[in-house]
Design a protein around this ligand. Structure first.
Ligand SMILES: Nc1ncnc2c1ncn2[C@@H]1O[C@H](COP(=O)(O)OP(=O)(O)OP(=O)(O)O)[C@@H](O)[C@H]1O
Length: 354
């Protein structure tokens, strides 16, 4: 079979999000058939995302039907040159944000990162929440990072916890008085700290932003190559209003919003089994509709989440509970949204002949 024949056969593989097949969408970068084996490079950008794994699987099936062995690789260009220069080796940066404090932003960031790692991805987690850097505790890690000197420059080696590379402002400050972290100090220190870490090769770097929409958040958005942001809200209208302002701000800074996730959605009562809507109903869903961003799902109010956080064991790693499953699903959904952004960007760039 020739390269062209195989390319033609791959028109049978649909992209679940782009509403067309992968050849028409420009996602088949390269095909070389040689001696019964095809090397195929696909423009897939979100490793271990369920949709992209399904596309790869279908490509293998189609090749198999043509009695061809296949070697698949994936490569998608980053959005712009700035992205690759700030963080070479990091494919996708996902920021987790909230309009106000205490809605479970860090809980979502930790479990999202651990959930992506659980799917097999290489993941880093950067705790940029200068006002309450509690991510190390949630992962049961208080290891001080090693500092090595490479070519005369200090590089911070991030410790590993639950399969994640972890860096937190909380691991780097001795006197963790949050007042020290206000204003320009926080902004500069964050950007410097981020750039000094040896992240290595990562599929995803999850960044836990400080709550709210002030200067520190803006600096992070402006200085880091963020692929997209996950906005966490609770169903109360005040949290929803704050989240709406946050999403509008991200829009102004041309940051892609991957979607809204609603945390503490309903309390499943262990004694009566009923679900109680403690904070109201459906705030996240209506917010997502109102600002026209995807709804990523809802996470229940479950005391096991807090216990897991206090014990350094993220709930997403605990098997067989509905709550763990909700977080596992969230990781898959977020990875899918990252994939859509990457593939869509590639598709439009290809259409423009870039
Ligand atoms: N769905 C949930 N069910 C039960 N407890 C939760 C849930 N989500 C978060 N919590 C608990 O609520 C507390 C606050 O959560 P977390 O620190 O993630 O919030 P945050 O939005 O990051 O807060 P901050 O304003 O400090 O950044 C923690 O004790 C956490 O374990």
């Amino acid at each position: 079979m020739s390269d062209a024949d195989l390319r033609d056969r791959l028109r049978a593989v649909d992209d679940p999000a782009l509403d067309t097949d992968i050849v028409t969408a420009g996602l088949v970068n390269d095909i070389t058939v040689d001696d019964g084996t095809a090397a195929i490079e696909l423009a897939l950008g979100a490793p271990h995302a369920p949709d992209e794994s399904a596309i790869a699987e279908r490509v293998r099936e189609v090749a198999d039907e043509g009695e061809i062995d296949v070697e698949l690789s994936a490569n998608v260009p980053l959005f712009d040159a700035a992205e690759s220069s700030v963080l070479p080796g990091v494919k996708n940066v996902i920021a987790v944000a909230s309009g106000k404090g205490g809605v479970g932003k860090s809980t979502v960031a930790v479990n999202l990162a651990a959930g992506l790692a659980d799917r097999g991805a290489n993941v880093g987690l950067f705790d940029a929440d200068v006002y309450g850097p509690n991510v190390p505790q949630m992962l049961g890690s208080d290891t001080e990072p090693d500092v090595t000197t490479v070519d005369g420059e200090d590089r911070i080696e991030p410790p590993t916890a639950h399969g994640l590379k972890l860096m937190s402002v909380g691991l780097m400050i001795e006197d963790d008085d949050p007042v020290v972290w206000r204003g320009p100090v926080a902004q500069n220190t964050l950007t410097d700290l981020f750039a000094d870490v040896s992240w290595g090769t990562l599929d995803y770097l999850v960044v836990d932003l400080p709550p709210g929409t002030g200067d520190v958040q803006l600096t992070v958005l402006q200085n880091l190559p963020i692929t997209g942001t996950v906005v966490v809200t609770t169903p109360q209208s005040v949290a929803v209003d704050d989240s709406r302002r946050g999403i509008e701000m991200f829009g102004e800074y041309q940051t892609n919003v991957l979607g809204v996730v609603e945390n503490m959605s309903g309390f499943v009562c262990p004694s009566c089994g009923d679900t109680h809507e403690i904070f109201g109903e459906d705030g996240g869903h209506s917010l997502a509709d109102a600002v026209d961003v995807p709804y990523l799902g809802s996470l229940p109010l479950d005391p096991a989440i807090r216990v897991g956080a206090d014990d350094g064991k993220p709930i997403v790693c605990q098997d067989d509970t509905n709550t763990a499953e909700a977080f596992q699903d969230l990781a898959g959904t977020v990875a899918n949204k990252v994939g859509v952004l990457r593939r869509h960007h590639h598709q439009t760039a290809t259409d423009r002949g870039e």
